[in-house]
Design a protein around this ligand. Structure first.
Ligand SMILES: [Zn+2]
Ligand SMILES: [Zn+2]
Length: 661
């Protein structure tokens, strides 16, 4: 028997019999062994204790500096958490699932528990203390591969019914015969692993919050207690992450939206159904108005369609009865067939396309609409403006020929880039979702797919964009481009999709008469640069921490008379700005000027026009910027013109040459 181990530097080692990854690390250098946390064996992350058996193996020792090590650390931290909870709350604790989280902005891991008595955030310090004790005990984690029945026996002896249920699932769905258990002192868990070799290697961790979570995510099941935490290999990385989380909390659009009076979600109207208050409506109308004018320049034709449609139409489109997002229940209105609150605008726009016979000369046809759609999300998944049950899409459907597709996609990409750069969301990457050639679920001819995929690639290359191709990420109906945007605190958001569709033209039998005088099938593009104004504005609120750029600010200038003596002139200033279509608020309350400035600053008003006797006499204003402070006196006409300039240029030509933020 011979084992050959190939190392990343190209060298290899020979062994007469099985050898563990840990021993290979030790032989390479004791320092490597000390910083080792896991092993990458033939491309798979494994425990260090993994034995390499007969044959040739590629081995990379994973240390705490490798990115993949973090997942192993967090996996192990979750087990330490579970062991601590069992130690503190007794044998009646049942632990269910506890995965590491690698893509979540806030959390690094969680574990769901069925507890004999409820616990809350106030209990977390005690649990952290027990975790620290477990870490100081340096308890080894031992992997055991056991036959299913034996594993169930051991876990049911510990009263772990959920784990036994999960094993039954694995047998049913994946036909497994063995499962891996990990022993960690007196604690036993079922897990795929890998884990750190011992608990002492869990270094910097923090428990963050508790939450309710249904078993299997199903509202009909028991509500469990979820404990969220995060873990890193050093205190500095943990401190940085805690700083980012604190910053994100300060920027939470639900909090800022309430403080600034932007939107309202309440129980009377219903969960997930946002209402826009006057100040929020201003932001939305500015954003939509700007986009509308950009669409007109690009040859889009606006349309307006109702919020409901007949079930039959959604049967044709395929949205009913199955849809990836929930549908609201259907309405019976006495007709033979029911109606549906629309989950998508596409079928309505298709009706407009089909209303007359179309000629190739008319194509491309671009119908745009800020169309409100309704989706019945689970109440547990609703969150502020980002997860709602009623929202608007800055939607459009482009009907074109296959030859026109590339130019249309390019125009959509160009528009999305304009939207993002205007809103100072310049840090983004692009994903191209392509079909999986081994899958047969796709509709449309392969020759069209090949062409469309090449078109998308071509466009992002031509526009010199940072992109990745993701095989298998296309929708079944066509390839797509997604924009993934990073906000100023490093969170990623998916915005702006452009999707090619071969399915709906087929289902609705769409046609145009070609130059050859025979009918042809057009291709459709669905696209939404903002995605939805609701979600987009939530992201903007967090990105700008509520301080919108001047052109979007609900109140652009606060006019602040220093005393009653200058109130009359202040009112005239406000009136003049208003006539110039600048949004003004006059604060002629008897408060001191310092208090008025503070109030306007807290309300995130970009500019203040302070008016004392000197300004009144000179017909000028003393200009103050919310963050940059005093800008000195300015002639009223010059101030008005400078504001207009900054507004009309969307901040590109700020007042006084300073970048307004
Ligand atoms: Zn685990
Ligand atoms: Zn659509």
């Amino acid at each position: 028997m011979s084992v050959t181990v190939q190392l990343p530097d190209g060298t290899s080692k020979q062994y007469d019999g099985p050898v563990t990854a840990a021993r290979v690390a030790e032989e390479i250098s004791p320092r490597l062994a000390a910083s080792a946390v896991a092993a990458n064996v033939d491309g798979q992350l494994r425990d260090l204790s993994t034995e390499l058996t007969e044959g040739k193996h590629k081995l990379k020792i994973v240390t705490d500096r490798d990115e993949e090590a973090l997942e192993t650390l967090r996996h192990t931290a979750a087990h330490v958490l579970a062991q601590a909870v069992v130690r503190l709350y007794g044998k009646d604790v049942q632990y269910t699932i506890g995965p590491p989280l690698m893509d979540d902005f806030q959390y690094g891991f969680y574990y769901d528990f069925d507890l004999p008595a409820p616990i809350g955030t106030e209990d977390l310090p005690k649990i952290e203390q027990e975790m620290r004790k477990i870490i100081s005990e340096k308890i080894p984690l031992q992997r055991m591969e056991l036959p299913v029945e034996e594993a169930k026996k051991q876990l049911s002896r510990l009263g772990q019914g959920y784990k036994c249920e999960m094993i039954d699932d694995l047998v049913r769905n994946e036909h497994v015969e063995t499962v891996s258990l990990y022993r960690q002192g007196d604690f036993l868990d079922m897990c795929r692993g890998p884990h750190l070799p011992e608990t002492g290697k869990v270094k910097a961790f923090k428990l963050l919050t508790t939450a309710g979570a249904y078993w299997r995510g199903d509202e009909r099941n028991k509500m469990l207690t979820r404990i969220y935490g995060t873990a890193f290999f050093n205190d500095k990385a943990l401190a940085e992450q805690l700083g980012r989380i604190a910053e994100a909390r300060k920027r939470d659009h639900r909090v800022i939206g309430k403080q600034l009076g932007l939107f309202l979600i309440n129980e009377s109207v219903g969960p997930g159904l946002p209402m826009w208050m006057p100040k929020g409506t201003v932001i939305r109308m500015e954003l939509e108005g700007w986009l509308r004018s950009e669409l007109l320049k690009r040859g889009y034709q606006p349309v307006i369609t109702p919020h409901i449609g007949k079930l039959e139409m959604y049967r044709t489109s395929g949205h009913y009865p199955y849809y990836e997002h929930g549908l609201f229940p259907t309405m019976e209105l006495g007709d033979a067939d029911g109606y549906l609150l629309k989950p998508m605008n596409c079928p309505h726009h298709i009706q407009i396309y089909k209303a007359v016979q179309r000629s190739y000369r008319e194509l491309p046809i671009r119908f745009s609409e800020f169309g409100t759609v309704y989706r019945f999300e689970q109440s547990g998944e609703l969150s502020g403006l980002t997860r709602v049950r009623g929202f608007t899409q800055d939607d459009a459907h482009i009907f074109c020929t296959h030859e026109q597709l590339e130019a249309e996609v390019e125009s959509c990409v160009d528009l999305t880039k304009l939207v993002l750069s205007t809103l100072e969301l310049d840090d983004y990457r692009v994903r191209i979702g392509l079909r999986d050639p081994n899958d047969s679920k796709y509709v449309g001819g392969p020759e069209h797919w090949d062409l469309a995929e090449e078109n998308l690639r071509h466009v992002v290359r031509k526009l010199d964009m940072n992109y990745v191709e993701e095989i298998g990420e296309a929708a079944f109906y066509g390839p797509k481009i997604d924009f993934v945007v990073k906000d100023c605190i490093g969170r990623e958001w998916q915005l702006g999709t452009i999707q090619v569709d071969y399915n709906l033209p087929e289902r609705f039998d769409l046609e145009y008469i070609g130059a050859d005088n025979t009918p042809h099938r057009p291709v459709m593009i669905h696209r939404a640069p903002l995605g939805s104004p609701e979600r987009f504005i939530a992201i903007l609120i967090e990105h700008f921490a509520g301080a919108m750029p001047l052109w979007l600010a609900p109140v652009q200038v606060a006019v602040l008379p220093v005393s009653e003596k200058t109130s009359d002139y202040a009112a005239k200033v406000a009136e003049k700005l208003r006539v110039a279509e600048i949004r003004v608020e006059l604060d002629d309350s008897p408060e001191k000027i310092g208090a008025k400035v503070r109030k306007a600053t807290l309300a995130k008003v970009p500019y203040m026009a302070v008016i004392g006797p000197k300004e009144a006499a000179a017909r000028s204003v003393a200009v103050r910027h919310r963050t940059a402070g005093d800008q000195g006196p300015m002639d009223l006409d010059a101030f008005t013109a400078a504001l207009r300039e900054e507004i009309d240029s969307k901040g590109k030509r700020p007042l006084g040459g300073r970048k307004a933020k």
